[in-house]
Design a protein around this ligand. Structure first.
Ligand SMILES: [Zn+2]
Length: 102
């Protein structure tokens, strides 16, 4: 295995991290330099990028849907709590009214 292939292996390993933009600037520099001169890795990168963005945007959509649902649930719970609180308040008001004749 020559130096070039070794670099290609490293690039292949780092591609997912690079696409997620969690690599360090130094790594990005190394990646970009290699991608500029290595057609194989560039192809690999472009293919990964297209499938990655697809998966990523789909996941984002799914997460958004989940959030909306969760928000609805939380809202519903808050209404329930408010209702229970209101009942207790009314009940307390009645009880104190009866007991102490306010
Ligand atoms: Zn390469």
């Amino acid at each position: 295995m020559n130096e070039k292939n070794k670099e290609c292996d490293i690039i292949a390993d780092l591609l997912p991290l690079y696409l997620e933009e969690i690599t360090k600037p130094e790594t990005n520099c190394f990646m970009e330099e290699h991608l500029a001169e290595c057609e194989n890795c560039r192809k690999n990168y472009q293919w990964m990028k297209s499938s990655f963005t697809e998966v990523f945007s789909e996941e984002k959509k799914r997460k958004k849907g989940k959030k909306a649902k969760m928000f609805k649930k939380v809202k519903w719970k808050m209404v329930m709590y408010a209702y229970v609180f209101f009942l207790v308040a009314v009940w307390l008001y009645c009880v104190t009214d009866l007991l102490f004749g306010f």
